[in-house]
Design a protein around this ligand. Structure first.
Ligand SMILES: NC(=O)c1ccc[n+]([C@@H]2O[C@H](COP(=O)([O-])OP(=O)(O)OC[C@H]3O[C@@H](n4cnc5c(N)ncnc54)[C@H](OP(=O)(O)O)[C@@H]3O)[C@@H](O)[C@H]2O)c1
Length: 343
């Protein structure tokens, strides 16, 4: 493919201060690869993550002072230049989660690394591709790396499916970006049950993705639901996305000896006082931006077995409305921001 001619300058979102969540549009030079793994990508669409504008305030150790605060770590775009032997070439359609330690993708050109990238499955639009990386990677790692389901079950491995068929999975925030992937992947892996905790108007969507039971948290707390028939309803693996009272409720629903995985808060921090329940695992983790996991997820998308859920799509200039919608906490899937006219 012919080399892509680069402009000198580009548009970018930027948080001018680490102490503020303010975001502005700026014009800046196109970045230049400086790390041996850097891939220069022309971004077509990107997606923000809930709470990300507060990372430098709330988790200063996780956001290096050297980070230029360009938000939105997910991208879908076209490779401009890639290191020789990287497996990527000019013109490839790629997507990824850029590590939160480096500048994000709400800009015309970004610099993901080789280890973060995967090729976009044929037929997946720029919008759907940008909606996928963070949510799908987090769900994959929560269930199969940190949790107790065996990913081999997805590909039909009989022993893995046998093991998974004994595991009841429950996920909170089941209708959002990460939750919609947890539901799909747990169902594909052959879990015994997939319990989706979400609001009632999202029940149909959750069931369509593979939920076998739905708890409408607006009507019933997790504690009340499990108390209704504890021996049948307790779950072996709980994936919590929300922390707080919801995670406290998960302690009631997890079976003794089971696993409680949160992407929001270390579960022990909100364990009900006096509760005498030992678990095999209770942990909080932060997603690893691995292109290798994304490639496995891409195979499922390619085969029509899984799909991203998009809540809404926003023009670049309307980024503030996109963040408002995201921070409402009630999105049904991912919020996506168009970066190029091709998206
Ligand atoms: N640790 C990590 O590596 C990692 C990775 C990715 C994301 N995260 C974090 O995980 C969280 C979820 O991310 P996301 O992208 O999935 O968010 P999201 O798309 O905004 O989804 C949140 C969902 O939670 C639901 N919800 C709100 N209150 C609820 C409750 N009490 N019980 C059950 N569901 C409730 C909302 O829908 P309703 O309309 O049904 O309320 C919404 O669908 C965010 O805080 C994000 O920052 C962490």
């Amino acid at each position: 493919m012919a080399p892509i001619t680069l402009p000198k300058e580009m548009k970018s979102l930027l948080q001018p201060s680490r102490q503020s969540t303010e975001v502005v549009i700026v014009t800046v030079p196109v970045p230049t690869p400086s790390h041996p793994e850097d891939v220069l990508v022309r971004v077509h669409a990107t997606a923000p993550c809930a709470g990300e504008l507060r990372w430098a305030i709330d988790f200063p150790d996780a956001v290096p002072a050297s980070k230029v605060l360009v938000p939105c770590q997910d991208l879908a775009g076209t490779v401009v230049t890639a290191p020789a032997g990287s497996g990527f070439a000019t013109g490839d359609r790629v997507y990824c989660r850029v590590s939160a330690e480096r500048a994000g993708a709400a800009r015309d050109y970004a610099l993901p690394r080789v280890s973060e990238l995967a090729k976009i499955p044929a037929g997946l639009s720029w919008i759907d591709a940008a909606a996928t990386p963070l949510s799908a990677l987090t769900a994959w790692q929560a269930l199969f790396v940190q949790g107790t389901l065996d990913a081999a079950g997805i590909k039909g491995d009989a022993k893995a499916r046998q093991r998974n068929s004994n595991i009841r999975v429950l996920v909170t925030g089941a209708a959002g970006g990460v939750g919609s992937w947890v539901v799909q992947l747990a169902a594909l892996a052959g879990a015994k049950a997939v319990v989706a905790v979400c609001s009632g108007d999202k029940e149909a969507a959750a069931r369509e993705l593979g939920a076998t039971e739905v708890v409408n948290y607006r009507q019933t707390s997790i504690e009340e639901w499990v108390a209704g028939d504890a021996s049948a309803r307790e779950c072996d693996l709980i994936i919590d996305l929300l922390g707080g009272k919801t995670l406290t409720g998960c302690w009631a629903a997890v079976r003794a000896g089971g696993a409680l995985v949160s992407i929001n808060t270390p579960p022990e921090m909100v364990k009900p006082a006096g509760l005498d329940k030992e678990l095999a695992k209770s942990l909080f983790f932060i997603v690893e931006p691995l292109g290798s996991n994304l490639a496995e997820i891409g195979e499922l998308i390619d085969a029509g077995r899984a799909r991203p859920t998009v809540d809404s799509v926003w023009e670049f200039a309307d980024f503030e409305k996109a963040f408002e919608r995201l921070e409402s906490g009630h999105a049904k899937g991912k919020i996506v921001i168009k970066v190029s006219d091709e998206a």
